[in-house]
Design a protein around this ligand. Structure first.
Ligand SMILES: *Cc1c(COP(=O)(O)O)cnc(C)c1O
Length: 484
């Protein structure tokens, strides 16, 4: 029996307060305890690396046990996190989370706003944060946006707007034209998936070769011409600002020129890399031209560090955005005043009707820490990736896959070994270091070799963490083959 189950109503089994706690004072004490535990988790993040998931965890989560729920959360939920709160977590591309999220989330839950529409404060806040982001990205005034779960969902929204512009009857009749899209060879799978979901089909995504890490604009033009000659309808160019494997950036000015000449929609996948817009030089220059895009998909939960989930789709032409999604059946009709006022409604800008207040996490973080702190953290992450790259280069037999461009560093622990042995060693090092709590690298394949990969979107990482992690890799690399 939990502390909050019906007691006085025991005869009938009915709590007279329904689903509210019967004893708010007891509830308040429990909630305060939870808040303290959550703050402790952040303060002590350095001592709490990822740990192997206990075998019996699912049993411990089984429904119907009640008891001291906060104590159970402390025992079973808090220790079994995904690792990304830790200062030496650089796997995949994951943000760390911020203390401000605790306050923002409490406020969001207390209000419990449904941000699909109607007239209330959360929508006003979302519009303000969208407009702040629009300005940072250099998109024109009048651009529109909508918060999403993340870049994957923002990508689907942007592609649908692009598709409706190219094939205006698509909402009524389904896709008639054979549409083709173009992206650099390192594009994230979210682009492929988005095209699959929309029924464009991933075979209609042309992967344009890279030259010095950027989409080859001449090859792009040639592919567009070839597809047009074959009867297809090119509609979309996807530029990458921060590739997931290597942290590379397309030349967005060049892509904007091609898109303008060819009358194609330019979308930028800026999931993490878009935030170089607020970094120091030279990293800021990586996203020059991003404001010329027709749409941008980006995340706050990666390189703006707020807690999951929190992404954004920005669209330069609000009319094109609404043309793709606006629909207001009778039960959603707006009104001149009252709760059904408050136009525009976010349900006209995306897939979701019911949606929570994600913008409050960004708003609270910016108001608490200030934009300059984010510029600093993002620039520091790039400096740390460069430091990691320099340490790799300075360590005998270790080698970078590619020069470090932004916050991503990919390397092999022993370039002197045959490719298959390198892959085995790198995989083993990644797993060992994850499991013993030293540091989290993920892996990727470059030139056929599985390599160690760090994507630093972590405001807790310090120079000493990078030094310690590379030293630990070096020890394991030297030991490889010696004792076996
Ligand atoms: C993470 C990522 C995505 C997908 O974003 P989600 O927020 O995980 O949906 C897309 N593109 C790039 C470059 C990414 O790093």
């Amino acid at each position: 029996m939990s502390k909050f189950e019906a007691k006085s109503g025991a005869k009938t089994g009915v709590n007279p307060e329904g689903l509210d706690p019967q004893d708010w004072d007891a509830f308040r004490a429990e909630a305060h305890k939870m808040l303290d535990l959550a703050i402790d988790q952040m303060i002590e993040a350095r001592d709490r690396p990822w740990q192997v998931v206990p075998d019996d965890l699912a049993e411990r989560f089984e429904i119907g046990q009640g008891g001291d729920v906060v104590a159970r959360i402390n025992a079973d939920v808090l220790p079994n996190h995904g690792g990304n709160i830790h200062p030496r977590y650089w796997g995949w591309v994951q943000g760390t989370g911020l203390a401000s999220d605790l306050i923002a989330s409490m406020a969001a839950v207390a209000v419990n706003a449904n941000c699909g529409g109607r007239h209330h404060g959360a929508n006003e806040m979302e519009r303000v944060v969208i407009d702040w982001t629009r300005q940072k990205m250099g998109m024109p005034a009048g651009a529109s946006g909508v918060f999403t779960t993340g870049t994957s969902q923002a990508t689907v929204i942007a592609f649908q707007a692009a598709r409706v512009r190219a094939d205006t009857t698509v909402r009524a009749k389904g896709q008639q034209a054979r549409l083709t899209a173009y992206a650099g060879a390192g594009v994230h799978n979210a682009t492929k998936k988005g095209l699959e979901v929309l029924g464009v089909g991933h075979e209609n995504l042309r992967l344009v070769p890279l030259v010095e890490g950027q989409m080859d604009a001449a090859a792009l033009r040639a592919m567009i011409a070839e597809d047009r000659a074959a009867g297809a309808t090119p509609f979309l160019v996807v530029g990458t600002a921060g590739s997931v494997d290597l942290g590379l950036f397309d030349d967005l000015e060049a892509l904007a020129d091609v898109a303008a000449e060819e009358d194609l929609w330019l979308h930028v996948d800026g999931a993490f890399g878009a935030w170089t817009r607020i970094a120091e030089a030279p990293w800021r220059g990586l996203t020059d031209g991003i404001g010329r895009a027709d749409s941008i998909a980006l995340d706050f939960h990666k390189w703006m560090y707020v807690s999951y989930d929190c992404g954004l789709c920005l669209i330069a032409d609000e009319g094109a955005h609404r043309a793709a999604f606006a629909a207001r059946p009778a039960y959603l009709e707006g009104a001149a005043r009252g709760l059904a006022g408050g136009e525009p409604w976010f349900c006209d800008y995306g897939i979701d009707l019911s949606r929570g207040n994600r913008a409050i996490k960004v708003w609270t973080a910016l108001e608490m820490f200030g934009e300059a702190a984010f510029s600093q953290a993002i620039s520091d992450n790039c400096r740390l990736a460069a430091q990691m790259g320099a340490l790799v280069t300075a360590t005998p037999k270790m080698a970078l896959a590619r020069p470090v461009v932004s916050n991503v560093c990919v390397f092999t622990a022993r370039a002197d070994l045959a490719p298959a042995a390198q892959s085995d060693l790198n995989a083993q090092i990644a797993q060992d270091m994850q499991e013993d709590g030293t540091a989290v690298f993920s892996t990727t394949r470059v030139d056929g070799i599985l390599m160690l990969r760090a994507a630093i979107a972590n405001h807790r990482t310090r120079a000493g963490d990078v030094e310690a992690a590379i030293a630990a890799v070096a020890v394991r690399a030297e030991a490889f083959g010696a004792g076996s």
